[in-house]
Design a protein around this ligand. Structure first.
Ligand code: C2E
Ligand code: CA
Ligand code: CA
Length: 555
């Protein structure tokens, strides 16, 4: 049996009281005696029916306060019966003795209707988002619960406005409201009659689609980027132009549902699908599947490990030597991060750097590596009689930040490290993500004397024409190209051309991942400047790297 709530119990109790009143009213009508004797009191029967009618009105109000929808319906029915009863009495007895009762009941009707419309307006405004006029999160939960309870099929889409925070930072909150309304307008245009749109948090909308034309196809029509002009009134008194683009995560939900399905668990799935779109550049729609859950779980675990490692010093650095090709003289070291967990096991960077790059944790890692490497090598460089280069990997996300060059400058000054001994390894992706800022940062860093190397060269898609314009000083040929140098003749020619091209660009060239003498001799023929690889040196801990530096001093 369905559980009876306290509210329903109270409704039943009040309804029974109303029915008793109705019965008493009916009974009063049949009384012939003008008075009723109650102890020493004589109560006129007209006064008694007035009291009962008044009680009935009072009970009707209590009904509407208990549950404005059900209470209103019960109240109206009770009052109708009461009025009917009184009218019947008037007609039958040809007497207007029940007229006060009719007036009381009419008043009850008016008050019931007034309270009902007040409550329904209040309930509606509680469920409405005041910026877009669409449903809010409360309404979303209510509607979805109803869908789940009624075991209805539906599709939930979670839609997000891209770069919203950035737009608010630039143009202010009113501009944000303007864009939210534009986005709501676009989304409303694809809705069918019964579909419902909600704004559930800052820049996130949810849509419940009823079964019908594919929601995915409909969303495709509105999510692509569109240039929007924000009027001066909404954008700090100057007309502003910005891009309105949307991403969407979709969940198809069909009964029978898994018993754990709730409004928030379905929304979480849609958010997981939405999170997957963050790596996409266009057509940013993803349909939820369970493997996404695993990917997200892994991402969260890795993020947790990174935060823990930063707090508890699980990270440490190793240094892989780089040598000159011709004389095998030590050029310097590439700094590589490692993580040692409390159980003694080590985690390779390939397992946590991609995770860190998806969040802002990569900035913290890069800062940690820069700081630690410079601090460790500062005295080694001071005690050395020649230049030693310390190379540090910098993520594309980091070098694309406006304040990157300033941050590096601050760290270099803080540690008091010679900037000409510092080299930053970046990849082509740095130029793809935010080209202008990256180039501006590189130019500032070069003015300070810091060197810039282009890592993983040969794995990206930058055209030669674009490459020639990049302000770099060292090209690092990727291991995947070196792996093929012995067996693949065309790769040999390719590497030869890359080295040649690097020299034309006024860059030096280093080959990475060199593992054997055959590769070494071919690279020597191709006039490669430097070598880094297991053939001449694996990554070393700091003490061994220092020792190697001292050994090379003695030459
Ligand atoms: P990467 O920058 O291309 O680093 C070179 C990788 O190749 C290193 O792996 C290195 O140990 C490995 N390697 C070098 N020579 C040889 C060789 O002869 N044979 C083989 N099989 N491997 C060789 P590692 O240390 O696992 O680093 C992997 C990637 O993780 C790096 O690729 C880099 O993208 C990232 N990474 C490592 N340390 C850092 C760091 O401190 N900051 C950032 N942002 N990324 C880092
Ligand atoms: Ca590197
Ligand atoms: Ca590399």
């Amino acid at each position: 049996m369905k559980h009876i709530t306290k509210k329903n119990l109270l409704l039943i109790f009040l309804t029974i009281l109303c029915l008793i009143c109705l019965f008493l009213l009916r009974f009063t009508g049949k009384q012939e005696a003008p008075f009723i004797q109650l102890g020493n009191f004589r109560i006129p029967s007209t006064a008694r029916s007035g009291v009962i009618s008044g009680s009935l009105s009072l009970l009707s109000f209590l009904l509407i306060f208990t549950d404005y929808k059900k209470g209103f319906r019960i109240g109206i029915v009770i009052n109708c019966i009461s009025v009917g009863n009184l009218l019947y009495g008037i007609i039958k007895a040809h007497s207007l003795v029940s007229l006060p009762g009719i007036v009381t009941s009419t008043l009850s009707f008016i008050i019931l209707i007034t309270f009902y419309s007040f409550y329904s307006r209040l309930a509606e405004s509680n469920l409405t988002d005041f910026i877009t006029g669409q449903g809010n999160r409360r309404k979303y939960v209510k509607e979805l619960k109803e869908h789940i309870e009624a075991k209805r099929s539906f599709t939930l889409a979670c839609v997000e406005l891209d770069d919203f925070k950035h737009i608010i930072d630039l143009y202010g909150i009113s501009a944000g409201d303007y864009l939210l309304n534009k986005a709501a307008e676009k989304l409303t245009s694809i809705l069918d009659k019964k579909d419902i749109l909600f704004r559930i948090t800052g820049s996130t909308f949810a849509i419940i689609f009823e079964p019908g034309e594919s929601p995915e196809e409909r969303l495709k029509n509105v999510i692509s980027a569109e240039n929007i002009v924000i009027p001066a009134d909404n954008a700090k008194n100057t007309e502003a132009s910005c891009i309105l683009s949307l991403s969407a995560g979709i969940v198809y939900s069909h009964p029978p549902y898994n018993f754990t399905r709730t409004a928030s668990s379905i929304l979480r799935d849609a958010e997981t699908a939405l999170a997957t779109t963050r790596n996409m550049t266009e057509h940013k729609i993803c349909i939820y599947n369970e493997s996404m859950e695993n990917a997200e779980l892994k991402q969260r675990e890795a993020e947790f490990l990174i935060k823990e490692s930063l707090e508890n010093n699980y990270f440490y650095l190793v240094y892989q030597p780089q040598f000159t090709m011709q004389e095998k003289k030590l050029r310097g070291f590439e700094t590589l991060i490692r993580c040692r967990k409390p159980d003694g096991s080590t985690v390779n960077p390939s397992e946590f750097i991609p995770t860190a790059e998806k969040s802002n944790l990569i900035m913290k890692i890069d800062d940690y590596v820069l700081h630690s490497a410079m601090k460790e090598f500062k005295s080694v460089i001071e005690n050395s009689n020649r230049e030693l280069i310390i190379s540090v990997n910098i993520s594309a996300k980091n070098i694309g930040c406006r304040d990157f060059a300033d941050r590096i400058k601050k760290i270099v000054e803080e540690v008091d490290f010679p900037p000409e001994c510092l080299e930053l390894e970046i990849t082509e992706y740095s130029f793809a993500e935010s080209r202008e800022t990256t180039i501006a940062n590189i130019n500032t860093l070069k003015e300070m004397g810091i060197k810039i190397a282009l890592d993983d060269f040969g794995t990206g898609y930058t055209s030669i024409a674009q490459l020639m314009k990049l302000p770099i000083s060292l090209l690092k040929i990727d291991k995947s190209l070196i792996d093929d140098i012995e067996t693949n003749e065309s790769m040999r020619h390719m590497i030869d051309s890359v080295i040649y091209m690097g020299h034309i660009m006024n860059c030096q060239v280093i080959s990475e991942g060199v593992e054997n003498d055959k590769q070494l001799s071919l690279l020597k023929d191709n006039k490669c400047d430097f070598i880094q690889g297991f053939v001449w040196g694996r990554p070393l801990n700091f003490a061994d790297a220092e020792l190697l530096t001292q050994q090379h001093e003695e030459y």
